[in-house]
Design a protein around this ligand. Sequence first.
Ligand code: IMP
Ligand code: MG
Length: 173
Amino acid sequence: MIIGKLFLTTEQIQEKITELSNKISADYDGKEIIAVGILKGSFMFFADLIRTLKIPVTLDFIIASSYLKSTSTGEIKMHYDIREDITDKHVLLIDDIIDTGISLNYLRERILSKGPASLKLCILLDKKERRIVDVPVDYVGFEIPNQFVVGYGLDYDNKYRNLPYIAVFKKET
Ligand code: IMP
Ligand code: MG
């Protein structure tokens, strides 16, 4: 198995994070947020993003899985849920990628049912043309075409998450 073409460099990703972070910090000026990262995919983006925010942040995670290899099963399994009390708090949900929207839609509704003061979504990559469920995303890093990508948290079969850049995944033939 080999990794394919370089898609986003470390520099391009970091530049985008600065941009997103400035916008988020300005939008939440004077407020505190609970940043919730969806694991495992968001771990790198989450860490880079929250360390540059200029507002007070409490953090938590959700561990959920929806994917079998590179096709969505459409089923979401919860392995770990938020432990912070999010009632009347401003929640920022952070994920690596939105594809069909099925998992984020499920997680969004689950969080909304707990009565936060507000809920916004921040997603690094958006595969817009693949969307099945319409999910409102407030902050998007990059809109990308329908290609399977790995690196910077994103995996194929749980591999390549550690790459500091994002590449289009290509199977060895
Ligand atoms: P959705 O429910 O179809 O939006 O699925 C989103 C999840 O699918 C993401 O959190 C990823 O775990 C996974 N996923 C979708 N596209 C890719 C990709 O190109 N590379 C790696 N994982 C992906
Ligand atoms: Mg994911």
